[in-house]
Ligand binder design. Structure first.
Ligand code: GLU
Length: 427
């Protein structure tokens, strides 16, 4: 049975690269009907913090991943690592020096394996110095504890980042020393920015947490991370990890570096926002509003839902929502500089005044009825719709762009619309 694991070190937030590693291990396990396990690599007692662990687990759940069995904590297994190291000392394969335990690497050998993603990789043991297994402070090294625990957990396949390629031969040497068959290894190419540089803040952020805060939906981020390592044969791009499970083939994974393109992620996010039910988006939008300093507490959900109906097809991340929709939640919104001219022309002011009077008398304040008022007005004057719509849009929203003007007006309601049109004219 396939058994894979994700092995985070709780010394920081969940990095996008690690999240992608977790997703692919999960995909592989679920596709094969196997198990996906968690191992917490908290051997660095000084740098490991429980708040990071909590965040990591929460982020994994947020991304839609579930795991089997209880997570294994390396910090609770120091005696096991020591015992395994002592066994190698007793077998003459390792030695102690200054409180540390070293593995004796035999020169003149070639260590080779068939990488699931890159094909054959081989290394000469000449290039590998004697390996520390247990440090003088009693903690195990990553390579040693990794082998002891992957064996203990019965791991069959190890999928991890390319940054571990140089560790793998060292781990294989430990498997050999224990007389064990190593698992299969696959190393995923690193994620770079579109400019080819190491992923950093300026590419849009490096941790899952940053994207969550920016108003990305988890299925969009997870979907994007999947595309950074693999694409189904039919070229389909929009799929949640759940939907990717039956299609996934490890042999189809990319062996070249992946470029992180924030615009593509934003596009995917827009796709998922568009499809998401308002009941799900409302609490997310409320927290974005609070973060942006827009009062969201007294706002009824059915009102927010109407605003969402107008804007969810226009929003790429939920963090854009407060600025795009502030006119629905406050009277003191500002007029965009580039639209002010629409409010300054004498004829625009005249139109606004007259239209406000007509709208004030409209009993059915539906978008269709409002539109009819505008069309009729333009026709009577023999003018196009633009010269009346632009000033009206500025007057009610302060913006030159946004949802359909008449739909916006319907949601805002007659009193606010009329008052705003008059205010724009009277200053
Ligand atoms: N803790 C290691 C890391 O975060 C795990 C590497 C592995 O999967 O073996 O990179």
């Amino acid at each position: 049975m396939v058994r894979v694991r994700f092995a985070p070190s709780p010394t920081g937030f969940l990095h996008l690269g690690s999240a992608r590693t977790a997703i692919f291990n999960w995909l592989y396990a679920r596709h094969a009907g196997g198990k996906f396990l968690l191992r917490i690599e908290d051997t660095d007692l000084k740098r490991s913090e429980s708040r990071f662990l909590e965040e990591i687990l929460e982020d994994l759940k947020w991304l839609g991943l579930d795991w089997d069995e209880e997570p294994l904590f390396q910090s609770r297994r120091f005696d096991v690592y020591r015992e395994k190291a002592e066994a190698l000392v007793a077998a003459g394969k390792a030695y102690k020096d200054g409180g540390a335990v070293f593995f004796n690497v035999e020169p003149g050998r070639t260590i080779a394996y068939e990488d699931l993603i890159h094909g054959r990789i081989s290394v000469e043991t000449e290039t590998i110095k004697d390996q520390v297994m247990i440090k003088s402070d009693g903690s195990p090294t990553y390579n040693f504890s990794c082998v002891v625990d992957d064996t203990h957990l019965g791991i069959t396949h190890i999928l991890r980042g390319d940054d571990h390629i140089s560790n793998t031969p060292k781990q294989i040497i430990f498997y050999e020393a224990f007389g064990l068959e190593p698992p299969r290894f696959g190393h995923m190419p690193l994620i770079l920015g579109t400019d080819g540089a190491k992923l950093s803040k300026r590419h849009g952020g490096v941790s899952v947490e940053e994207y969550k805060r920016e108003g990305f939906l988890p299925e969009a981020l997870a979907n994007y991370l999947v595309l950074l390592g693999w694409m189904p044969k039919d070229g389909r791009e929009v799929m949640t990890p759940e939907e990717a499970v039956p299609l996934f083939e490890i042999s189809e994974m990319n062996d070249v570096q992946a470029k992180f393109d924030i615009q593509k992620l934003r596009w995917l996010n827009a796709e998922y926002i568009m499809k998401a039910p308002n009941t799900r988006l409302i609490p997310l939008v409320k927290s974005q509003m609070l973060a942006a300093g827009l009062a969201a507490t007294g706002v009824p959900d059915n009102y927010l839902s109407k605003v969402l109906d107008l804007y969810k097809i226009r929003t790429k991340t939920l963090s854009e929502f407060p600025a795009m929709t502030d006119c629905f939640f406050r009277e003191d919104f500002v007029y965009e500089a580039e639209g002010k001219m629409h409010l300054e022309k004498p004829e625009s002011r005249e139109y606004l005044r007259l239209l406000a009077d007509r709208l004030a008398g409209l009993t059915d304040f539906s978008h269709a009825a409002i539109e009819a008022v505008f069309r009729e007005f333009a026709e009577e004057r023999g003018i196009k719709a633009g010269p009346v719509i632009h000033p009206a849009r500025m007057a009610v929203s302060g913006k030159t762009k946004g949802a359909g003007l008449f739909e916006m007006m319907e949601v805002l309601g007659r009193e606010r619309v009329v008052a705003r049109m008059r205010r724009a004219v009277n200053g």
